[in-house]
Design a protein around this ligand. Structure first.
Ligand SMILES: CCCCC/C=C\C/C=C\C/C=C\C/C=C\CCCC(=O)SCCNC(=O)CCNC(=O)[C@H](O)C(C)(C)COP(=O)(O)OP(=O)(O)OC[C@H]1O[C@@H](n2cnc3c(N)ncnc32)[C@H](O)[C@@H]1OP(=O)(O)O
Length: 224
């Protein structure tokens, strides 16, 4: 495969596209712990056997919390800037449903540079990600892979959108236990970035995916 997509020397700055950026270290600790609490709450609500009295009390407490938070909001599209220990800077959407640090619906998946190249992350999906009994929903496995594959292209300086995603489910992925997610760039051709990745449980591949990411058109690309 031709290798002619040039990684950008520096990642595009979302501010140049009119998007707000929040550095991750500026997310208040209180918000981070609130998000954790809500993640646990969603799981508790999904599985509770509490009686009517406890349910009504919980509903009122949640309604009060909800009312507390109906103030100023970040715009949709706000980006979060993460700086890794190796100095690598990464941008993602603040409320990305797979990895967003302020999204209680996100597991969240965090990918870091893998020693063997590409990216690697570990994630535990609780019972709110259930498809078949005790197993992760296949759509969520596709979402994990999509995110990891996109992040792998971004980490090589070629952020883009998924044009085509293929997922093979090889073995069941259990809930409530660490899953390893790996992803890497396998080739490039003009603006096309080919990526591949896997989800593993206990070292065994449970799902594998390949995708075509089309790199963002950047100033100076000349439409290539
Ligand atoms: C806004 C700026 C923000 C700045 C951000 C800065 C940094 C961000 C950094 C990192 C981001 C990191 C991670 C993100 C991680 C994960 C996110 C998860 C991924 C997603 O959740 S993402 C949402 C789902 N995704 C979509 O919502 C896409 C909808 N879609 C489109 O928006 C267009 O469709 C697009 C853009 C894909 C292409 O459009 P286009 O006009 O730019 O490009 P064009 O059509 O010219 O194609 C160029 C070459 O790709 C070939 N090609 C195109 N499409 C193909 C297909 N489907 N199959 C096979 N080949 C295809 C052509 O054949 C040609 O090939 P060739 O070079 O050989 O001629």
């Amino acid at each position: 495969m031709t290798v002619d997509a040039k990684p950008v020397a520096e990642l595009p700055d979302p501010r140049d596209f009119g998007l707000a950026v929040v550095p991750e270290k500026e997310i208040p600790a209180e918000l981070a712990s609130l998000v954790e609490e809500v993640r646990s709450l969603v799981d508790a609500v999904a599985h509770t056997k509490a009686g009517a009295h406890e349910l009504a009390a919980a509903r009122d407490a949640v309604a009060a919390a909800n009312a507390c938070l109906q103030g100023d909001r970040h715009d949709v599209g706000t980006m979060v800037q993460q700086t890794w220990p190796d100095g690598r800077v990464e941008y993602g959407t603040l409320t990305n449903v797979v990895s967003g640090p302020t999204n209680a619906a996100a597991p969240p998946l965090r990918m870091e540079a893998a020693p063997e190249g590409g990216l690697r992350g570990e994630v535990v999906l609780n019972g709110t990600y259930q498809g078949p009994p005790g197993l992760v929903h296949g759509g969520w496995l596709a979402a994990l892979l999509d995110q990891a594959l996109g992040a792998a292209a971004g980490a090589e300086g070629m952020p883009g959108l998924t044009a085509d995603l293929n997922v093979n489910y090889r073995n069941p992925s259990p809930l409530d236990t660490p899953l390893e997610v790996t992803a890497r760039v396998t080739g490039t051709e003009r603006r096309k970035v080919f990526v591949a990745g896997e989800v593993r449980h206990g070292g065994r591949v449970t799902a594998e995916g390949t995708a075509l990411m089309v790199r963002m058109n950047l100033p100076g690309d000349g439409g290539a």
